[in-house]
Design a protein around this ligand. Sequence first.
Ligand code: AMP
Ligand code: ZN
Length: 462
Amino acid sequence: MELLLYNTMSRRKEVFGPLYPPNVGLYTCGPTVYNYAHIGNLRTYVFTDILKRVLTYNGFEVKHVMNITDVGHLTGDRDMGEDKLEKGARKEGKSAWEIAELYTRAFKKNIERLNILEPTIWCKATDAIEDQIALIELLEEKGYTYPTSDGIYFNTAMFKDYTKLSHQDIEALQEGARVEKNPEKRNATDFALWKYSPRNVKRQMEWESPWGVGFPGWHIECSAMSMKFLRNMLDIHCGGTDHIDVHHTNEIAQSEAATGKKFFNFWMHGAFLIIAGGKKMAKSEGNFLTLDAVLAAHRIDPLAYRFATFQTHYRKPMEYSEEAITAAQNGLLHLRNQVRTLMDSAAPTQPDAAFQEKFLQAINNDLNMPQAMAVVQDLLKSDLAPEIKLAAVFDFDRVLGLNLEKAGAGQSLPEEIEALAAERRRARKKKQWALSDQLRDRIQALGYVVQDMPQGMKVFKP
Ligand code: AMP
Ligand code: ZN
């Protein structure tokens, strides 16, 4: 069956095919590690994880590269302001390197908790300075660059079709340039490839270069590292929709100017997680929630957040609310309970071909997860035999990533309930029946059902 993916470049769904089947090169713009990732950022990474799993489900072999932006991303748009890492370091009284390490570790923990598969290659911008310098040199040789007092800039007027991804009105952008604070830029859309360290200030992260001591601009890292690690397997490049106008537009301009060849074939963008009132959740706005904060506030399984993101198509804004997160937790527990009941009576055999077809139709239609979840529920409600349902649901979980095979182990219970259940198991082993009854009442008072089965105790959310 054809896999249809929406390509921001053409603004329509296209049949996906890689350059060198069955291999697919996938590049995901990674986090800027000056703060914790928020659940908006993580929505984007769940979307790219689903994309990767859908590609794999379709039989492709995915080589996935994700960068870590640990230098060069400035606080202001269009190369104004301070480096986010250096600013964050000052604020926290740590070095920029320590900040990067700390938040990279926290990010990796987040993605593990959300069952997001690790990329084939992680790469840090600071580990690829030479590659970035080489790319800038190539652009310089080809005449696309010019110097200003604060760095080396890319002349966007020289690149035909600069707005082919964003479809921005270039005239309006030039008009906006009049109020811009950098009069040395030739065009409003020009951007820094290399920035000099400020005079009289020693930056923590800086390198020698043919143009002077400084650091690379943010966009050049993704061009240099995607080409370095994927070489000519430039199939799909992803990020959030905020990357369309500037970051990805600039990546395309500098990469295609340097190589004279088309950069990636598919550009895919996840819509924002928004908060009530429609505002984007953003690190820079300070209106954000981390995964840990959400888990602590609602005592939910981390995968409930993954489940929550499936309720909205990735190209539509998703509004965060406490009700939505609670509903997702209940939905996940219900699903696990359904699977657990099946596991009590059967072992998986062969999935049902008709349901597999329906599921594939949903995911291959530009990753339609709300539809895919409806297929899962239809399957569970159907009158197919438990062993077939179970086989199908486990097969679909290769895409869902909800760890459904572990449902039988009661994995989804909150820690507090797990602890009470364990205590009750111990009490029953010691034949302390009064204590066992008390513990059952406590578990039930917290909204869970306790059932004593011949094979042991079952605790679940009704
Ligand atoms: P950053 O760490 O700011 O570089 O962003 C990491 C990723 O999260 C990028 O792909 C952004 O486009 C994406 N992103 C940022 N804010 C949101 C949001 N509110 N909802 C969804 N994705 C977002
Ligand atoms: Zn990027």
